[in-house]
Design a protein around this ligand. Structure first.
Ligand SMILES: Cc1cc2nc3c(=O)[nH]c(=O)nc-3n(C[C@H](O)[C@H](O)[C@H](O)COP(=O)(O)OP(=O)(O)OC[C@H]3O[C@@H](n4cnc5c(N)ncnc54)[C@H](O)[C@@H]3O)c2cc1C
Ligand code: FES
Length: 289
């Protein structure tokens, strides 16, 4: 790990020109594969990439962050990185319009990874929308450690559930929730969690998705006295710890609350240490306020 401003950044991060190998529409998302060489071997579940969007003459100066869905180094030395992209605004729409053979400027891997237990435990993985992206490779890693892995995926509607077939095979059970009831159980992921935690004697929850969902899961995990590692999705600009766009209040091990950069000390964080704060104001008690 290297340091910027006294904090650690992912020292394995490399900036490269990555060729797009494939770009397929899957439901509401695009599954995109990039050739990244040996960098793939350094990517862990929870890490993300920062991609320059809009082309060389674009006014879109800020890189966009995307969670790594899967990274693999083939026996012929070809390193592949897979992302799941939801076309939303100008940057993501530009990205999904690129074709195989095109190149993008990409920095990877960035940020912290999910902590993997040394002993087999019971894990519950919870994803909202494209937040399911990093959970499938995490599930495989946990299964390889002998863990029981149950998964809950939620979205507003059926087309926004990203659940590839191989993902279903890598978990013990998969529960789907949709707000409109068009697939699985009608409701939110938080509605089904208490029962699943009790039924599977869950030791740790891993989550990724919208901040409101992560906050709701934190409340449930605290009540059930279960660990909660979440990948926060705070807006990012530089992605490498320089601009302070991505800060959120987090309590440190010393009990002091600090505005913490989620691109460097996250995106994976202890949910119980985050001061979930919809107002976007710096809460009282934060160091330096
Ligand atoms: C860790 C992380 C992982 C992510 N993973 C995925 C993923 O796997 N798949 C996926 O589709 N999306 C993912 N996103 C969201 C993605 O980074 C983009 O935000 C999203 O694609 C919208 O970008 P856009 O250009 O299409 O939208 P636009 O609305 O056109 O642009 C959003 C732009 O506004 C900037 N912005 C927004 N709010 C602020 C703010 N408060 N301060 C400064 N700048 C701001 C953003 O940085 C971005 O540059 C992730 C985001 C994070 C932080
Ligand atoms: S996005 Fe710039 S410091 Fe985190």
């Amino acid at each position: 790990m290297a340091e910027i401003g006294g904090q650690m950044i992912n020292a394995r991060a490399v900036q490269l020109s990555a060729e797009i190998i494939s770009n397929k529409k899957v439901g509401a998302y695009h599954h995109m594969v990039f050739a990244v060489g040996e960098v793939a071997a350094n990517c862990r579940p929870g890490n993300f990439v920062a991609i320059s969007v809009g082309g060389a003459s674009s006014s879109l100066v800020l890189r966009r962050a995307f969670a790594i869905y899967r990274a693999s180094l083939r026996s012929d030395g070809m390193g592949l990185l897979e992302l799941v992209i939801a076309p939303q605004g100008s940057g993501s729409k530009w990205l999904v319009a690129q074709e195989p053979g095109d190149r993008v400027d990409l920095i990877a891997p960035l940020g912290t990874a999910f902590g993997i237990p040394k002993e087999p435990i019971n894990a519950l993985l919870v994803g909202g929308g494209y937040g399911s992206a990093p959970l499938f490779s995490l599930a495989e890693t946990l299964k390889a450690r002998g863990c029981r892995v149950d998964m809950v995926l939620g979205a507003s509607t059926a087309g926004k559930i990203y659940a590839p077939l191989e993902g279903k095979r890598s978990v013990n059970s998969l529960t789907i929730t949709t707000d409109d009831g068009s697939a699985g159980i009608a409701g939110r992921v938080s509605d089904v969690l208490p029962n699943l935690i009790a039924e599977h004697e869950v030791d740790v929850i891993y989550s990724c998705g919208p901040m409101a969902m992560l906050e709701a899961i934190t409340l449930i995990s605290q009540k059930a006295d279960v660990l909660h590692q979440c990948s926060v999705e705070e807006s990012m600009a530089c992605g490498i710890g320089v601009c302070m766009t991505c800060v959120l209040p987090v309590e440190g091990d010393d009990g002091v609350i600090r505005m913490t950069r989620s691109c460097v000390e996250g995106p994976v964080m202890d949910g119980n240490k985050v001061l979930w704060n919809k107002s976007r104001e710096i809460p009282d008690g934060v160091w330096g306020k």
